[in-house]
Write a protein that binds this ligand. Sequence first.
Ligand code: HEM
Length: 131
Amino acid sequence: MPNYDTLYEALGGADGIRDLVERFYPKVQRHPLLAPLFPEDITPVMEKQYLFLTQFMGGPPLYSNEYGHPMMRARHLPFEITPERANAWLDCMALALSETDAPEPVRKLALERLSGPAHHFVNTESESSSH
Ligand code: HEM
């Protein structure tokens, strides 16, 4: 990632993160495994994700300033997150990243950084074994 101190900058700063979030959620809302988890009005979720991804990628701590410690795994506990849903989330993110102007190595690194948390948020066994 030459010429950049943070992934935040490499992704295009505030405008880049906003663009990514705006590309990501329509895919989530169209995904059969993910859509049922989210409210119809996705705007507040998008806003929180904008704040969170900003700080997660090394930008200013916008999420913590507003909501305190992220505790993201705990915040996801009310939702049944199966391994399939974690992969679906990452697939939507990969697709959204591929539509941005970010260079391929930057997209790859951003996805790698999100992959750990996504799998860490799994709190429910696969559908197939729970039915
Ligand atoms: C593993 C698959 C994931 C699923 C199925 C999932 C699903 C959800 C759902 C259902 C919500 C709540 C929406 C609402 O407010 O009603 C949420 C909130 C959120 N998710 Fe995820 N998520 C996943 C992974 C991630 C990852 C990897 C991140 C970032 C590292 C993330 C960041 C957030 C943030 C910032 C919020 C808003 C938290 C708040 O309420 O303050 N999620 N997610």
